[in-house]
Each structure stands twice: as C-alpha cells, then as structure tokens.
Design a protein around this ligand. Sequence first.
Ligand SMILES: Nc1nc2c(ncn2[C@@H]2O[C@H](COP(=O)(O)OP(=O)(O)OP(=O)(O)O)[C@@H](O)[C@H]2O)c(=O)[nH]1
Ligand SMILES: [Mg+2]
Length: 473
Amino acid sequence: MNTEKDTIAAICTGLTGSGINIIRISGDNAFDIADKVFRSATGKKIADMGCFSVHYGYIEEPVSDSNNIGRNENVRTIDEVLLLKMKAPHSYTREDVIEIDCHGGILVTKRILELVLKNGARLSEPGEFTKRAYLNGRIDLSQAEAVIDIINAKSNFALKNSVKQLKGQIKDKIIALRERLISKTAYIEAALDDPEHISLDGFTDELEPEMKIVLSELNKLIASSDDGRLINEGINTCILGLPNAGKSSLLNALLEEDRAIVTDIAGTTRDVLKETVTFSDVVLNIIDTAGIRDTEDVIEKIGVDKAKKEAENANLILYVVDLNEGLNEKDCEILKEIKDKKIIIVYNKSDLSSGSDNTVDKIAKVDSAGSVMISSLTGEGIDELKNMIKSLFYSGSITNEEDVIITNERHRELLISAKQSVDNVISGIEAGVSEDFLTIDMMDAYEALGRIIGESVEDDLADRIFKDFCMGK
Ligand SMILES: Nc1nc2c(ncn2[C@@H]2O[C@H](COP(=O)(O)OP(=O)(O)OP(=O)(O)O)[C@@H](O)[C@H]2O)c(=O)[nH]1
Ligand SMILES: [Mg+2]
C-alpha cells in the first residue's frame, strides 16, 4: 500500500444510483484541489471558510469547446453540491479533508472524482482513509478493525459490540493489562540495575497475585470470544433429520417465507440450501439438508453425504424429528455421530399430536442441549425454539453490557499467546525461577497485547488488515 503523504480521493458511497453520493479528499493538498473544482455560491475560497463548515456551490471544470452549457464560456458546471471542510486535525484522518456531497447519479459522481484526480489527488486504496486515521494516531488498530466490523455488522448485537470497540473498549482493557505487566517488569529491571537501593526480597509474593489477576482477565476475554465470534459472524446452523421430518418446513417457518420446497415425498430436498435468519440480535447461517437415509438414488446419496459434511462444520444442529413417529434407532445412530455438537432436538408436527401422555412417551432421553416441540405448519413453539437458541449462545459475559467481548480472531490468537506467557510467569514463580527470567515472559505477554492495539505491528500486517476495507473508507 502506498503510504506516502500524498492527497487521496475516493467515492465513499455505493455507486448504485441514490439520492446523494460522497466524494472524499484527504491530505495536504485537499483544500487546493477543492478550490480548483468547487465554486462556492458566496464566492468564498476554501482557506476563508471555517475549520469545520458546510458550503453550497458548484463543481465546475474548464472547457474549451463550444458545447459549454455551464455558467460562462470558460467553465462547465458538472453538479450542484454541498462541500464539507474539515481542517486537520479535526477530521477522520487527522489530515485536511474535503467531502463533496453530490447528486447520486453514477455518471455525475464519476465525473467529479475524475476531475478531483485530474487536479492532483491520487485514487485511494481500500481502507486507506482509515489507515491514515490509524497512522496519524486518531485510532488504534483494534478501533480500525471495529470500523470494518460496523460496516459488516449483521445484527444489533454485532453493531453494538463494534461501536463499543470503536469507542476504545478493547484498547482501554488492553492498556490496563499492559500497565500491570510493565510496572512490575520495570521494578524488576530497576532492582537488577541498582540492587543496593531496590530490593527484590519477597517481591514474587506481590508479583504472583498481580499475574493471577492478569491471567484471570485474559481467561475472561478468551472465553468471551467463543460465543462472541459466533454471534458476530452468525451461528452456522444445520437442520438435520430423517426424510419427511419437516426440516425444510422448519427453515421456511424460521424465514417466514416459502423458500424451500416442501412435499410429503420423502427425499424432497436433494442439495443443501443456505439462508440467513435473523431474530432479536441472533444471526443464524442456516442450512437445510437432505433427509438422512440409506438410498440407492445417486443424487440423493450425494445430498445425504453433503448433509453429514455440513453437520460436521456446524456450530448448532437443529435435529428435526416427526413427533408422531418419535425418535427411532436411525435417529439415535445419527445423533451419536454428532454428539460433540450443540444440538437442539426439534419435535415437529405438534399440531398432529394426539395427546400429551402419548407425546411424552415418544420423547426419548438423548444427550442434547435441549428439546422443543413445534409445529412448522402453525408456528407453534417457534418462538420457544428461538429463545432456546439465544440462551444457548448468549450467556455470561455476552449479556453483560460492561464486559468486553472479543469477536476478532486476530485478537483472540494474541490473547491466547499472552495467556501462555503469563502462565509461564506464574509457574516460574512457583518453581522459584529468578526474576530476570520472569521478565522475559512478562515482556512477551506485554508485546502480544500491544499487537492487538497496533503497537510494534509490522507494516505488512497493517496492510493486510486495511485491505479488507471497502473503497473510500
Ligand atoms: N401437520 C404438519 N405437517 C407438517 C409439519 N411440518 C412439515 N409437515 C409436512 O411434512 C411433509 C414433509 O415436510 P418437509 O418440510 O418437506 O420435510 P423434510 O424433512 O424437508 O423432508 P426431506 O426434504 O424429504 O428430507 C410435508 O408434507 C409437510 O407439509 C407440521 O408442523 N405439521
Ligand atoms: Mg426438505
């Protein structure tokens, strides 16, 4: 990625034809370039405008041909716009920034961008505005990553969590943990340098509880990532069961539309069908599969194999059973194969059930996270199923507003690495290892945590993170 201090520009909005589009310019020459393409209705030059101000005017380009339809012979008006001036450091990038709000047509937006580029800006790379915000110290790396997460958020939970991260929730937590590590390391280093005045006698009695606090905080953060990531990215949910149990009907009921084909012919679903279902902050990446049975039908057999594969990769299995048939041996065989997964047994067709005693008899005790009776036909029990899914994944820290929830895999890996180093410190203390050795692991933990917020992060890693951004962000 080009990291020079040149002035960059890009269209920040989706080029789909909309009410308005925004073209952003950032860098030392942003104001000069804006002066060349923008004529304020008041005649003001950019330098005379307030540090943080909005101005009405026109985007104009010079013309030499006779088809000039603009204001006078020398310029052609391309659009009527609003221009926002943000003087450094009071901007997203901490550089001089101009935003041009133009009409939302694809052609007009592209023409304005071309004009801006012709007048000295360079087309930005994906994520380059946010990268500059990071390089110029306005946000740390965890906050920059929160920006992508906000853009990609699929649920209110994911959005809320990303906003907390953008406000610096992870940064603050990491800084506090690093402070505990560095202050103790600094003391040890000072004592080693000046043993006559600073004593390490009994210091490990003080160090051990401190390291145990750090360890417990790290454990909490790592634990939050298990469900946090799933909730952020969506819970991969596989609907499994025997043919005709009502799997496709359940998918339709959750989606509240007739998406999958439903018939009373066993073996209706052949291929896997993927859909996203969202309800009260939960995102399910849901897969309807072919009913599992031994079959000679070549196509159905492929479908059954695919179903088994999808089940292996799922975070949650909704195992559908026809309540009136009850669980049979084949069901138990399948359930045994997937026993390590989070499974909810969904007893379907409750509307056909002939009576509660009869029903209870048919529900065998199987090892699962829970079971629920539903009717995909009438919708009975669907809310109960949704609540069950929610409580299965939203527990402990996930529901506590104050707690930091780790949703980023990079952060999780660094936390695990920091935890291993802190584990080494604690076992080192218990084994009576000398303090100078302990500081090696303390500094390893300190550095791993630093990489979460972007300290001592190599350029290529930062480049990789920002490449995931969209254009203009
Ligand atoms: N009465 C009643 N019928 C249902 C219910 N759910 C599904 N059915 C019926 O059961 C039959 C099978 O439903 P599907 O949803 O196609 O079953 P499936 O498990 O996807 O079947 P395959 O794709 O063949 O494996 C259809 O005739 C549905 O109308 C329910 O809750 N109540
Ligand atoms: Mg089906």
